[in-house]
Design a protein around this ligand. Structure first.
Ligand code: FDA
Length: 433
């Protein structure tokens, strides 16, 4: 039997929750909308998984972090969906999508049809076994994307109390998981090939603070080398991590945060792609009529920079979902909405230290404030300057008090006359704009 809906959201992650909230806000009849998700739980705030979910004493657990999408950031519990007549079709993986026939087929053989499809399938991790790394299928080598992955890691942390953990990758996930493993009192070593951590965003100065802070907290960092293999014990559990430079690290747990790729395989050859994602316009419409793509999978026009980009940030997942639904509903009434006007936002916190970034990290940089890892209350920032204008703003430590000003600077891109003066002014430059 074919189950038919007016709207289907494919994927049950961050974007799906915010899209559902927007559909409900804009007006939805019971039975019109379904969310189909491989995961067994309703949409939740994925960013919590690598942070408080692994807290040693007070780990966050559902229902406290189902997406909080409303104006007062109310939590969308599973009952919210049933009250709104939204069907949550969970533990259901779609294995075939026929966009011309407007139909989706699940691994269990069910068929779903729709009038409008919102693709929100997010990203999947890149596995070391796919890259041919020897021994990468040993037990206790973990990847981290969904709540099941977090549960498995949490169990391993408990089982390998005070053991040794190796984290592969020095980007966002590697940084957050290293901090949480260390908070759980594991002996943690990070391994990454780049000259410094978070090298896609951080300058060497920002990284110097963070690496110094991690060292102070007891995290070992091995840079400029890669993992080439693993050995396992007689139970098949990982025992050693072999590095390209010849060093060998003991390990009870390995966590790999070595990159992700957008989940677009279902739609290959059916929809236009760009920069690894599904190409959309500024309303998240794809090249196929009545098919929209949002969140990590969408390659969309960034008006501010006049170029197409694909980003893997939570804030974009929320905002793109809202915009797509606004556009869908407006089109039904013959109206139009403003095009998406995205300002990149990325945030994180580790060891109780938060940072935020707004804008574009291109051009020259200026560091200001107290960026010594030894300070009792470090607080510093960095601006990126391109063509004489501030285009990006990063800051770390007591973030709330600077957020509005720093976001505004990145949005309006003020001119800079004197870079030395900018470094002296620091946060006050942003506050006076
Ligand atoms: P998301 O990945 O949230 O959801 C995709 C959903 O689709 C999943 O439920 C998946 O199972 C489902 N799905 C995929 N294929 C399917 C199929 N064939 N059939 C059925 N279901 C299918 N960002 C940030 O800005 N700051 C941060 O601090 C963090 N921290 C962070 C921590 C961790 C652990 C992760 C994994 C990610 C982050 N991020 C982040 C990134 C952020 O979470 C990410 O950009 C959003 O979750 C993207 O939202 P989407 O809805 O696009 O995908």
């Amino acid at each position: 039997m074919v189950k038919t809906f007016k709207y289907i959201i494919l994927g049950g992650g961050v974007a799906a929750g915010y899209a559902a909230r927007e559909f409900a806000k804009q007006g939805l009849k019971p039975g019109e909308l379904a969310i189909i998700s491989k995961e067994a739980v309703a949409p939740y705030e994925r960013t919590v998984l690598s942070k408080s979910y692994l807290h040693p004493e007070f780990p966050s657990r559902l229902p406290t972090f189902y997406v909080y999408a409303g104006p007062r950031r109310e939590i969308l519990f599973p009952e919210w969906y049933s009250e709104k007549g939204i069907e949550l079709i969970l533990s259901t993986e779609i294995v075939k999508a026929d966009l011309a026939a407007k139909s989706l087929t699940s691994a269990g053989g069910e068929t779903f049809s729709y009038q409008i499809l919102l693709i929100a399938t997010g990203s999947t991790v890149i596995r070391l076994s796919d890259l041919g790394v020897q021994g990468a299928d040993a037990k206790n080598i973990f990847y981290f994307r969904e709540i099941d992955d977090a549960d498995k890691l949490y169990e391993a942390i408990k089982a390998k109390k005070n053991g040794k953990a190796v984290v592969v990758g020095g980007e966002h996930i590697g940084m957050e998981l290293s901090a949480m493993l260390r908070c759980n009192n594991l002996d943690v070593t990070m391994v990454y090939p780049e000259p410094w951590c978070m090298s896609r965003l951080f300058t060497s100065d920002i990284a110097a603070f963070n690496e110094g802070y991690y060292a102070k907290k007891g995290v070992n960092i091995m840079k400029r080398t890669v993992v080439v293999g693993f050995t396992a014990n007689s139970d098949g559990e990982v025992k050693e991590v072999k590095l390209k430079d010849g060093r060998v690290l003991e390990a009870d747990i390995v966590v790999v945060g070595d990159g992700i790729r957008p989940q677009t395989a279902l739609f290959k050859g059916q929809v236009e792609e760009e920069k690894g994602g599904i190409k959309t316009d500024g309303f998240f419409k794809t090249s196929v009529p009545n098919v929209y793509a949002v969140g990590d999978v969408a390659t969309f026009p960034v008006k501010l920079y006049n170029e197409l980009r694909r980003v893997e940030y939570a804030e974009h997942a929320c905002q793109s979902a809202r915009k797509a639904v606004e556009a869908i509903k407006a089109a039904e009434e013959g109206k139009t909405v403003e095009e998406y006007d995205y300002l990149p936002v990325l945030y994180s916190h580790q060891f109780g230290h938060a940072w935020e970034f707004y804008g574009d990290n291109v051009g020259d940089t200026v560091l200001f404030g107290d960026s010594s890892p030894e300070s009792s209350i470090p607080k510093f920032g960095s601006y990126w300057i391109k063509d004489g204008k501030v285009v990006g703003a990063f800051w770390q430590g007591r973030i709330e008090e600077e957020r509005d000003a720093m976001a505004y600077v990145a949005r309006v891109r003020p001119s800079v006359q004197n870079v030395d003066e900018l470094a002296r002014e620091g946060f006050s430059f942003a506050r006076k704009i």
